[in-house]
Design a protein around this ligand. Structure first.
Ligand code: E4P
Length: 216
């Protein structure tokens, strides 16, 4: 399973990248706004900076919602760097645009996915990645992980190439359960990635080894 970091914060991207286990980055308009990135030039420059930091797929989300505008915006984003993946919302014009991008060799990430039916449509359009939002599904009293397992089953049965990119990850346990359920990629906040390190018995064991090492 690939690890992406889900942020537009450059310090956090650097910290995750320094671990040596980072395969890519996802952003969205909310994450970009949180970093105070405003205006077209600043947005494009920020994506370029992220591409220079991380050698992996970088999702840049379109702000448009009509076919022609999504295509135009996606072309501009894709021209920033070969690693840019154009992130397109799961809407009718988005599916049409994903098909166009697929036919024209531009990688896509179909976002805001909450059902297996949507996952089938995105795969038919040739999306490179599909982003089911696990945490937001959990928030509505459904089990987001069950959706990952259902899509993994469908894609395996049907032979679809689209990679399942589990998004809206909130905890380290989400990451473990996405790996079990068959996600190809997990995009995570830095805290959830670092949370995978934690176990009290590791801390207790290490403290004892350090203490005993002094007696050696
Ligand atoms: C990333 O691709 C998604 O936009 C992101 O994971 C959504 O996360 P959230 O539900 O925590 O906003």
């Amino acid at each position: 399973m690939k690890f992406f970091i889900d942020t537009a914060n450059l310090a956090q991207i650097k910290e995750a990248n320094d671990l040596g286990i980072l395969d890519g980055v996802t952003t969205n308009p909310s994450l970009m706004a949180k970093e105070g990135i405003k205006g077209n030039e600043a947005i494009l420059n920020h994506y370029k900076t992220i591409c220079d930091l991380v050698d992996g797929d970088i999702s840049a989300e379109v702000l448009s919602v009509t076919y022609d505008e999504i295509i135009e915006e996606g072309k501009i984003l894709a021209a920033i760097h070969p690693n840019i993946v154009v992130k397109v919302p799961m809407i009718k014009d988005g599916i049409k645009a994903i098909k166009w991008f697929t036919d024209n060799g531009i990688k896509t990430n179909c976002t805001l996915v909450f059902s297996a039916g949507q996952a089938i449509l995105a795969a038919k359009a040739g999306a490179t990645y599909l982003s089911p939002f696990i945490g937001r599904i959990d928030d509505t009293n459904w089990d987001g992980i069950e959706l990952i397992a259902q899509i993994a089953n469908i894609y395996g049965t049907q032979g679809f190439d689209t990679q399942i990119l589990a998004a809206s990850i909130r905890t380290p346990l989400h990451i473990v359960r996405c790996a079990e359920a068959g996600a190809d990629v997990c995009t995570c906040p830095l805290d959830s990635i670092l949370g995978l390190l934690k176990h009290p018995l590791t801390d207790i064991g290490l403290a004892k080894f350090i203490e005993d090492a002094k007696k050696m």
